[in-house]
Design a protein around this ligand. Structure first.
Ligand SMILES: Cc1cc2nc3c(=O)[nH]c(=O)nc-3n(C[C@H](O)[C@H](O)[C@H](O)COP(=O)(O)OP(=O)(O)OC[C@H]3O[C@@H](n4cnc5c(N)ncnc54)[C@H](O)[C@@H]3O)c2cc1C
Length: 438
């Protein structure tokens, strides 16, 4: 595999319509809702709020889609980081099961929204195969699939390497599971279409304008920027892995973690079929996981955690290229044309959260799975605000779990996860150990 002319822009950016900038506009004195962050979460919330009659101002410190929302892996999939048994053990039968169900439902809800809006985003019901990196992972994966099956999500267990081979053109895996109800999408085309709809709905958009802090003024919230202050009935932080010092409370609850992707040159139909005979999206069960698919232009989009150290897309491209060649030797000759990265937002309980403190709402923490969840969280935030106080609306289960701070000494964590390289070494050890296990 060669890497000449490595372009460090996300392939998605070059194959999506440009998203309009909204720089230097005057700020209003007040808005019903000020949203901070212009990704899927903030934009979906803005769209539904504006259509519900609210006066919305959205502040994005870079450009719309600067964060994960235009640079992700394109797997619009169901599920959370935890299985049903763990959620029930932690939160009790009712809430645990509701969280699990809501995690599964987010994907079809987001896909239905994108279809209903007619967004040209290459949405395709591709199915998903999750592949066992170690034999040791198979019993847990079988249990995960059983739980999903019991909640009505059909899928099939892949008990061994031969069964995995039917889903993925690789001898690298020991089995896994596959489901049909999972989608792939062009992330930046989705973002661009969503941004267009938000503009058309009359949302007051501002780019290149960070929210610096939120102050309290005679009982109301005021969002402070370098170009003025906006009084807001509610403020929404939809900043996920890009959460900064504007809201220190929130920053102490989010772990920004790098995720990286390479995109190859387009391949032949035969090679695409040999990699993904059923046109699936994939990820594997390693801690240093890989996720990949052959996209609409038949480029291999291959991503992974690659490194927990501070790094750059050129270094991670070398790591990803090596992994790709191990998983799919038949694609090892393909030229890698693009390499990029971005930040995902993990939480200390590895669950996403919606919550509110003194009229400041947060909706984030998707732990690497925010295409479906971010879309649905945006809708949920809008429903919550439009319903108003004292409504009989049933809150989503994600609104019922408080967002925890760091364990042991919460006050010592201020948003700089210095300990990630250590965790990375531990994960690397576990990957090696599990792979060797018979
Ligand atoms: C490389 C990569 C691959 C991924 N792959 C997948 C995948 O295949 N499937 C999946 O489901 N998810 C994936 N994700 C995760 C997914 O992209 C995110 O969870 C999702 O985009 C989150 O959307 P969001 O709107 O909440 O946040 P983001 O899109 O990250 O947007 C947050 C925005 O907030 C802005 N912001 C932050 N602070 C301020 C401030 N003070 N003032 C103004 N603006 C501010 C930032 O500039 C940013 O634009 C991936 C992420 C990455 C980085």
């Amino acid at each position: 595999m060669t890497a000449e002319r490595l372009d460090l822009r996300p392939w998605w950016h070059l194959s999506a319509p440009a998203v309009a900038r909204h720089d230097g506009k005057p700020l209003p004195e007040r808005a019903d809702v000020v949203i901070v962050g212009g990704g899927y979460t903030g934009l979906t919330a803005a769209l539904h709020l504006a259509r519900g009659g609210a006066k919305v101002t959205l502040l994005e410190k870079e450009e719309l889609g600067h964060g994960g929302s235009s640079r992700n892996g394109g797997l619009l999939h169901p599920g959370l980081q935890w299985g049903r048994a763990t959620l029930v053990e932690r939160y009790g039968a009712e809430l645990g099961r509701a969280l699990f169900r809501a995690g599964l439902d987010a994907a079809p809800r987001a896909a239905a929204f994108i279809e209903r809006e007619g967004f040209p985003a290459d949405l395709r019901r591709s199915g998903l195969a999750v592949l066992a990196w170690s034999r040791r992972h198979l019993p847990g994966m079988e249990a995960d699939l059983r739980e999903m099956n019991e909640e009505g999500l059909a899928g099939r267990f892949l008990p061994d390497a031969a069964a995995a081979r039917e889903e993925v053109g690789s001898d690298h895996y020991h089995g896994g599971w596959a489901i049909e109800d999972s989608w792939m999408i062009h992330p930046a085309r989705y973002l661009a279409a969503l941004a267009g709809a938000v503009e058309a709905a009359g949302v007051d958009l501002h780019t290149g304008l960070p929210a610096l802090r939120v102050e309290e003024e005679r009982g109301a919230r005021v969002v402070v920027t370098e170009r003025g202050r906006v009084r807001a009935g509610k403020v929404v932080f939809a900043t996920n892995g890009y959460t900064d010092a504007a809201l220190p409370w929130l920053r102490r609850r989010i772990l920004p973690i790098g995720s990286y992707i390479i995109a190859t040159e387009p391949m032949s139909e035969e090679l695409a079929a040999s990699i993904s005979p059923r046109g699936r999206t994939f990820w594997d069960s390693r801690w240093f996981l890989s996720y990949w698919h052959v996209n609409a232009e038949r480029r291999l989009i291959f991503g992974g955690r690659a490194s927990f150290r501070s790094t750059d897309p050129e270094k991670t491209a070398r790591i990803l290229r090596k992994t790709l060649a191990q998983v799919h030797p038949q694609a090892a000759h393909l030229r890698v044309e693009h390499a990029w990265g971005g930040k995902v937002g993990f939480t200390f309980d590895r669950l996403p959260h919606i919550g509110e403190r003194k009229d400041v709402i947060h909706a984030l923490g998707y732990c690497g799975s925010g295409i479906a969840l971010g879309t649905v969280f945006g809708m949920t935030v809008a429903e919550r605000i439009l319903a108003g106080p004292g409504s009989s609306r049933t809150p989503s289960p994600f609104e019922q779990v408080a967002m925890p701070g760091a364990p042991i000494v919460p006050a010592a964590y201020r948003g700089d996860p210095w300990f990630l390289p250590l965790i990375g070494e531990w994960y690397r050890y576990r990957d090696r150990r599990d792979r060797r296990a018979r």
